[in-house]
Design a protein around this ligand. Structure first.
Ligand code: GAL
Length: 672
């Protein structure tokens, strides 16, 4: 159970910013929260200026009243530490707190997140504020969980100011110990970059030409660590005051700047913010599913919390479509279906002023009783109450995608043969499994892979010997690996591995790659499987492969390398390793992946019509089968031998059931 104080209820509520409203509105807020079944609200995220209006003055009275009011109404609080946006007095007095971009521009006060992660002054003031909050609210009956800061690095993914430069040097000294080691790792013999003093080193800001790639990669690692230090600083304070209150910070899914995997052990549970674009519903459900899977995989043995989503439209895309009726519910239950124990929103009441006034809220600008969105919120709240029994149950998958933030950072640095969108490629492969209702986790290549049958490694460009060894021994012991083009090209220093790529996977794959042909937009090639009559289109990238034991499943049919392998398979130990040397069209990918899952004998929990999502959550004494109809047509679902009660309607479901458009069924199944 992630929230002992909510007992077995799914967390339901949203960001609550009462400081934006007169106190007379608060009474109405809690009345409507109760009406909607809200049991948790996130308070204080952007309230630093209200809590500390000047350097020496703190004003907690209003927050005391908010928390007391919520407690009196049995509404729990996810208490934010308010450090996400330093108040204007702080940055006016200590401008060194402000972050500096790679171009040397100091980002001014007036929006939010205006601090450098390495600012000593910011750290001092943030610690003082958090210490006061922790002491004051440690025993407050409304306190359910702590919410540290907010979406770290979202707007300021890096800083090049003086504090950052100083901290970067200290980080490098600690990592390398000597300049000789640093010069070696950074390959500074190239272009006369050898460093003789630590003070000669700067963050990789604007330079005349490509900056040193290892320096850039280290800067990304350093920046991740700098943000993590901020989190740790607050965490230590909270732990001292409230060792039993769970702590989180809200992640952002496929967010490049932070290696969330390095954070996950410090969070009591993973929470994240999901904002798929309603203008393309099928892309939205794929994106949300991949996000839930990535986030859940960071702590696979605990449910996660959807900390923020929009009740309808957001305000920050060029065009912001609302969610049409039913979609908010469907997406909320999708989060639960994929392992979520909380369905939260940004925000409770849509703001009247400021940059987010056109962002939907659970309460819109119109009266609650006149609001379509609020009616849907209320309906969802009452349904979630019936789903409390699923809390604590887990999603268990047999397929994993190897996904590594360091590989992501490295492959997208400049000066590469072509452009690879690492996360998009991983999500494209995920989408195939999603469409088949085959559950997927995301793992680090060094992870214990014993629970998986199949591991897919998309463009795992940076791969060290140890992690390559881990993937190879997974195959040796009977697993199936599918690696794709541009994998295993560099080690962790971003130095090319000589002697044929993908260096540390060569044995398992039974091949080596000599060179590659990246294509510009609009250029493509074709490839053909075995004796198939039709061929398939491929684009973006072609690896020129030499077989060394593997068998070609498909070959390119065009360009100067026609006849060379486009997809291969190799027996290795007790397992098999596939290689995909290009980016195929949908049909070509389908041929290959269908063969792979047939060999691995993977099947979805239930065969359903396209557009219906099926997942299973497992508890000690039951299984929960989720069926979500994402289409605009009713779906006929043959349950076969599966029978069980729908937790939402209470009906016993068996035989063939009709699932209306946008509708969801959650069946409790007895354990087999
Ligand atoms: C999130 C943020 C919220 C709000 C929301 C709007 O990124 O945490 O404070 O700005 O976006 O969609």
């Amino acid at each position: 159970m992630i929230f002992p104080r909510l007992r077995n209820a799914i967390a339901f509520g949203g960001d609550y910013n009462p400081e934006q409203w007169p106190e007379s509105v608060w009474q109405e807020d809690v009345r409507l929260m109760r009406e909607a079944g809200v049991n948790l609200v996130t308070v204080g995220v952007f309230s630093w200026a209200r809590l500390q209006p000047s350097e020496k003055r703190f004003e907690f009275g209003w927050l005391d009243r908010v928390l007391d009011l919520l407690a009196a109404n049995q509404i729990g609080v996810c208490l934010a530490t308010a450090t996400a946006s330093p108040p204007p007095w702080l940055t006016a007095r200590y401008p060194e707190v402000l972050p500096v971009t790679a171009d040397g521009v100091r980002l001014q006060v007036g929006a939010r997140q205006n601090y450098s992660p390495s600012s000593r002054v910011y750290r001092k003031f943030a610690s003082a504020l958090v210490t006061k909050m922790a002491r004051r609210y440690a025993r407050h009956p409304a306190l359910v969980t702590w919410h540290i800061n907010n979406e770290y690095a979202c707007h300021v993914p890096e800083c090049h100011g003086p504090d950052s430069t100083r901290a970067f040097r200290a980080w490098l000294k600690k990592k390398y110990g000597s300049l000789a080691a640093l010069n070696n790792a950074w390959g500074t013999a190239f272009w006369s970059q050898g460093y003789g003093q630590w003070e000669e080193i700067f963050t990789p800001s604007r330079a005349p030409y490509h900056s040193n790639p290892t320096q850039c990669l280290d800067f990304k690692r350093f920046t991740n660590d700098a943000f993590l230090e901020l989190y740790d600083l607050e965490l230590a304070i909270l732990r001292r005051a409230t060792p039993d209150i769970p702590v989180t910070t809200n992640f952002m899914g496929f967010f490049k700047a932070l290696d969330y995997r390095s954070w996950s052990s410090r969070l009591d549970y993973v929470s994240w913010d999901s904002y798929p674009d309603p203008s393309d519903e099928s892309a939205a459900r794929r994106a949300a599913a991949a996000g839930h899977d990535l986030m859940r995989s960071l702590k696979p043995d605990r449910p996660f919390v959807l900390m923020e989503q929009a009740a309808s439209a957001v305000n920050w895309r060029p065009v912001n479509m609302p969610k049409r009726p039913g979609v908010m519910r469907l997406q909320s239950l999708q989060a639960v279906a994929r392992g979520g124990d909380g369905v939260m929103f940004f925000q409770w009441r849509a703001s009247r002023a400021g940059a987010e006034k056109y962002h939907s809220g659970m309460l819109q600008h119109v009266a609650a009783e006149d609001s379509r969105v609020f009616a849907e919120v209320k309906a969802l709240g009452s349904e979630l109450k019936k789903l409390g029994v699923v809390t604590g149950s887990l999603v268990r998958n047999r397929v994993a995608i190897a996904f590594d933030w360091h590989a992501w950072w490295a492959v997208e640095l400049e000066s590469k043969p072509g452009r690879i969108d690492y996360a998009a490629w991983a999500q494209q492969l995920h989408a195939w499994f999603y469409a088949q209702n085959l559950g997927v986790d995301f793992v680090h290549p060094s992870a214990d892979l014993s629970r998986y049958e199949l591991v897919v490694a998309p463009a795992l460009y940076l791969l060290n010997e140890k992690d390559g060894g881990n993937l190879q021994s997974f195959v040796e012991r009977g697993g199936t690996l599918l690696a794709t083009y541009f994998s295993g090209v560099v080690d962790e220093m971003e130095h090319a591995v000589c002697g044929g790529y993908p260096a540390y996977l060569r044995q398992a794959l039974g091949l080596w790659v000599e060179e590659w042909v990246p294509y510009p937009e609009g250029r493509s090639n074709r490839f053909r499987f075995g004796r198939a009559r039709a061929d398939h289109r491929c684009d973006h990238w072609c690896d020129l492969v030499h077989l060394d034991g593997a068998q070609a499943l498909a070959v390119f049919t065009g360009d100067y390398f026609a006849g060379r392998p486009a997809a291969t398979r190799h027996h290795y130990g007790k397992g098999a390793a596939y290689y995909l040397a290009t980016r195929p069209d949908a049909a070509g990918l389908d041929v290959l992946l269908s063969q792979v899952i047939k060999e691995v004998r993977l099947a979805p929990p239930l065969r359903v019509p396209a557009g219906v999502e099926v997942t299973v959550r497992e508890a000690a004494d039951a299984q929960f089968l989720f069926l979500l109809n994402h289409t605009n047509e009713p779906a006929k679902i043959a349950l076969g031998l599966t029978r069980g009660h729908d937790l939402i309607t209470g009906r016993l479901l068996s035989g063939t059931v009709q699932l209306p458009p946008c509708d969801v069924q959650v069946m409790r199944l007895p354990l087999k």
